[in-house]
Structure formats: structure tokens, C-alpha cells
Design a protein around this ligand. Structure first.
Ligand SMILES: Nc1nc2c(ncn2[C@@H]2O[C@H](COP(=O)(O)OP(=O)(O)OP(=O)(O)O)[C@@H](O)[C@H]2O)c(=O)[nH]1
Ligand SMILES: [Mg+2]
Length: 324
């Protein structure tokens, strides 16, 4: 099929055309320069979807839960898109296959979009491509966009933080402690899930998590994080999945009613701005690795300039008005 320039895909994306959406997602993920203007236009048209981050340590049951949650969202009469990020396998054939199997009961439903993404593109392409994919699906009209990421590493946590509502999944039987604490993701939760509650060890995990929250270990954050719900779910029996959706909706309603949604939106915008600036900087640095940088490195080596002063030199030397 002929290659359509990205700007010719925008109308298709906005009208929900599957082929246009699929192509635009690929270009967002690849960070193609050619797609820049089209992505900018789609960003302008996005902002309507409720973005839900689902994170947790590997194997905590995120993908299985997200498939059930998506079905619950459909039952509530809304549409849903899922962006699943899998950092372990760059071109994750395995993950995509696994997701496809779990998503089998959603297959063929035009009200559900599932996209598995490789992470760790060159030059920190991860967060940008992921969030721009969310923009595409948001602009395409999906009511809820779920981002599933493994809660390890800063990039993944940043992605979870780009959500309006963040769900942190803890599973029984993955060790004695609440794994989310070790991973440093406990405090980013707006809703906690203890998954696999069909398993006998689940009660202990639920009790541990609740007492941890009650003790205030995870309550150093802003006041809005207090009173975070703990929902026990089982993707195997379906228990708790509808309740999870109720809690997600309740969180959104609280954000709207308190005015905190606006704050959260601007915090997300600020992080995205910084991230975009960082990406541009890194990109230009890589492209100019040659002469200028080599000379600076030699001076650093000889200690005739400090890293700080060299960095300022480098930034002054970049032509900021030139296109990337
Ligand atoms: N008993 C039980 N097992 C579950 C449940 N949900 C998931 N599992 C199992 O837990 C394992 C991990 O589930 P996934 O949904 O792949 O977990 P994940 O968090 O997406 O894993 P990664 O994407 O690899 O981080 C699988 O073997 C599932 O079958 C559940 O509700 N009950
Ligand atoms: Mg998964």
C-alpha cells in the first residue's frame, strides 16, 4: 500500500479510522520527524480521554487485570484503548502474543484498541512515543486510555505519572514485602489493587498493604493521596474488577470536583515539556558528537574546563532556531 504522508492521516485518526490510527501509532512510536506536525495537530485535539496508568512489578498480573478492566469499561458503555509497554523485550513478539491471548475475548470489538509497544528506543524515545500514542488514541475518541507499564525504572514510573489516575498492582506470593515499596511506586497510587485474590496468600498481602497505608508509611505525599482505596481483584474469578472501575471513576470525579484535575493536567504538561526539551537536547548532542564535543572532551580531560562550564559552552554553541 502506498505510503501516506502523516498529515493525510490526521482526519482519519480523528474520525476513528483503524488503519489511520494504526499507522499514526507506529510513527509516534518511531518518533519520525515526518510525523511531527501531524502529532502536534493531534495533541491539540486530544485531552478528552481519562488516562489511567496501571503499574506494578513484573508478574503482578497487570495485563490479565487490564483485559478484565477493559471488558468492564465496555459493559459500562464506554470505549477503551490500551497501550501496553513492555521493557523486557524490545520488539516484544512474546509480549504481544501473550497480550493477544489475554485480549482474545475483546478481539473484534471496535470499541477496544490494544497496542503493545517496545520501550527504550534510542535517545530516550520511550516516554515521548508512549505519551504521543496516548494522544493519538485520545484524539481518536477513546473514552479511557489505559497505559500499562512495569513499575521498574524511572521511565516507566514517569509514564505512570502521566496518567490522571494511577493504579498500582501488588500481587500475593511474590515475596514477603509489598513489592511496590521496594520499587518505589507505592506512593504514586491513586488506587491500590491486590491482584490474584483467589490465592490464599492474598489476605495477608491485603492486610499488609492496608496496615502499611494506615501507618502512614506511604502517606508522605500530598493530602489528595490520603484515603487511597485498596481493591482486591481476581482476573481468574472476575472478583473486584467492577469495583476497581468504580474506584477509578470515583477518583476522576473527585479530581473534577476538587479542581485537582486541572492541577494534574498542568503537572503532566510540565513534565512533558521538560521531557521534550530533554529529548531535543539529547538528540542534538548525539548529532553533534563530532568536532565540537571532541574538543570539549579533550579540555575536560586536561581539566582546563569543568563539566559545568563545558556544558554551558556546548549549549551556547547549539543553534536553537534550526529544525531538529
Ligand atoms: N491465580 C491467579 N493468577 C493470575 C491472576 N492474574 C494473573 N495471574 C497469573 O499471573 C501471571 C502474570 O500475569 P500477567 O497478567 O502477565 O502479569 P503482568 O504484571 O502483566 O506481567 P508482566 O507484563 O510480565 O510484568 C500469569 O501467569 C497469570 O496467569 C489471577 O487473578 N489469579
Ligand atoms: Mg504484562
Amino acid at each position: 500500500m502506498a505510503y501516506l504522508p502523516s498529515h493525510e492521516l490526521v482526519d482519519g485518526v480523528l474520525s476513528g479510522d483503524a488503519r489511520s490510527i494504526a499507522r499514526m501509532l507506529t510513527r509516534a512510536e518511531n518518533g519520525a520527524d515526518e510525523a511531527r506536525a501531524a502529532l502536534d495537530r493531534l495533541y491539540a485535539r486530544a485531552g478528552r480521554a481519562h488516562v489511567v496508568g496501571v503499574t506494578g512489578v513484573p508478574g503482578s498480573g497487570k495485563s490479565t487485570l487490564v483485559a478484565k478492566l477493559a471488558a468492564a469499561i465496555r459493559r459500562s458503555g464506554r470505549t477503551v484503548a490500551i497501550v501496553a509497554v513492555d521493557p523486557s523485550s524490545p520488539y516484544s513478539g512474546g509480549a504481544i502474543l501473550g497480550d493477544r491471548i489475554r485480549m482474545a475475548d475483546l478481539a473484534g470489538d471496535p470499541g477496544v484498541w490494544v497496542r503493545s509497544m517496545a520501550t527504550r528506543g534510542a535517545l530516550g524515545g520511550l516516554a515521548r512515543g508512549t505519551l504521543e500514542s496516548v494522544d493519538v488514541l485520545d484524539a481518536a475518541g477513546y473514552d479511557i486510555v489505559i497505559i500499562e507499564t512495569v513499575g521498574v525504572g524511572q521511565d516507566e514510573v514517569d509514564v505512570a505519572r502521566a496518567a490522571h489516575t494511577t493504579v498500582v498492582v501488588s500481587a500475593p506470593g511474590l515475596g514477603d514485602d509489598i513489592q511496590a515499596i521496594k520499587a518505589g511506586i507505592l506512593e504514586i497510587a491513586d488506587v491500590h489493587v491486590v491482584s490474584k485474590c483467589d490465592r490464599p496468600e492474598a489476605n495477608r498481602t491485603i492486610a499488609d498493604l492496608k496496615s502499611m497505608l494506615a501507618m502512614g508509611l506511604a502517606l508522605d505525599g500530598p493530602g489528595e493521596r490520603r484515603g487511597v482505596a485498596v481493591v482486591a481483584t481476581s482476573a481468574a474469578t472476575g472478583e473486584g474488577v467492577d469495583e476497581l472501575l468504580v474506584e477509578i471513576d470515583a477518583h476522576r470525579d473527585r479530581l473534577v470536583a476538587s479542581g485537582a484535575l486541572a492541577q494534574r493536567r498542568s503537572a503532566i504538561a510540565e513534565r512533558r515539556l521538560l521531557k521534550a526539551a530533554e529529548d531535543i537536547l539529547r538528540d542534538r548532542f548525539e548529532r553533534r558528537r563530532g568536532a565540537g564535543v571532541a574538543a570539549l572532551l579533550a579540555r575536560l580531560d586536561a581539566r582546563s574546563i569543568s563539566p559545568h562550564a563545558a556544558a554551558l559552552d556546548l549549549l551556547r554553541g547549539l543553534d536553537w532556531s534550526a529544525p531538529e
